[in-house]
Design a protein around this ligand. Structure first.
Ligand SMILES: *[C@@H]1O[C@H](CO)[C@@H](O)[C@H](O)[C@H]1NC(C)=O
Ligand SMILES: *[C@@H]1O[C@H](CO)[C@@H](O)[C@H](O)[C@H]1NC(C)=O
Ligand SMILES: *[C@@H]1O[C@H](CO)[C@@H](O)[C@H](O)[C@H]1NC(C)=O
Ligand SMILES: *[C@@H]1O[C@H](CO)[C@@H](O)[C@H](O)[C@H]1NC(C)=O
Length: 143
């Protein structure tokens, strides 16, 4: 490839990058937490959150998990009020976003409507997973 065609190619790549970042900024996404695996006990969601970042205002997270039964660990989703409660898994001031049965079928949606840190965690098993750093993540939408 000669110099001028590689320069044209580089410009084309640049234009694509700009277009995709513009599209990302204007089009809210609907994102399934944990992809096809959904919201599961004993799972590290930090990597998932990094891969799906950046989150943007008005993006919607979908939490899906099976209802209580014999074969699965009961699951739930809480929104913790701050970083400290997230780290220490102090659920007393937390808000239940989805109880054990609300993740069934299509799950439930949480819209990231504010420019703030959203701290999500499961409280099941006496917060065992949360304390182990699992089945929790932080989403910080940007504008
Ligand atoms: C987010 O959605 C609300 C309600 O639909 C809308 O008023 C607001 O402009 C949106 N914000 C952004 C940054 O798109
Ligand atoms: C759980 O297992 C018991 C005994 O195997 C069975 O009778 C019951 O229907 C099961 N419950 C659910 C919710 O699957
Ligand atoms: C979960 O919440 C729904 C709707 O508020 C309620 O009908 C249901 O009884 C709750 N289930 C559990 C297991 O707490
Ligand atoms: C979860 O994954 C993140 C990112 O890979 C890593 O930094 C962290 O140590 C992991 N946490 C646990 C409890 O394995």
């Amino acid at each position: 490839m000669d110099f001028s065609s590689s320069r044209i190619l580089a410009q084309g790549v640049f234009v694509l990058l700009v277009l995709s970042s513009v599209a990302e900024g204007t089009e809210p996404r609907t994102i399934l937490v944990g992809d096809s695996e959904g919201w599961r006990a004993g799972t590290n969601y930090t990597q998932w959150a990094i891969q799906n970042s950046p989150f943007h205002i008005n993006d919607t997270l979908v939490f899906k998990y099976p209802p209580p039964g014999n074969s699965t660990v009961t699951q739930s989703v809480y929104l913790l009020p701050d970083l400290w409660s997230y780290i220490t898994c102090e659920f007393r001031g937390a808000k239940v976003l989805g109880n054990a049965s609300e993740g069934r079928d299509e799950g439930f949606k949480v819209a990231l409507t504010e420019l703030k840190s959203y701290y999500f965690a499961s409280a099941e098993g006496n917060s065992y997973d949360c304390l182990a750093g699992l089945t929790k993540f932080t989403a910080v939408p940007s504008s």
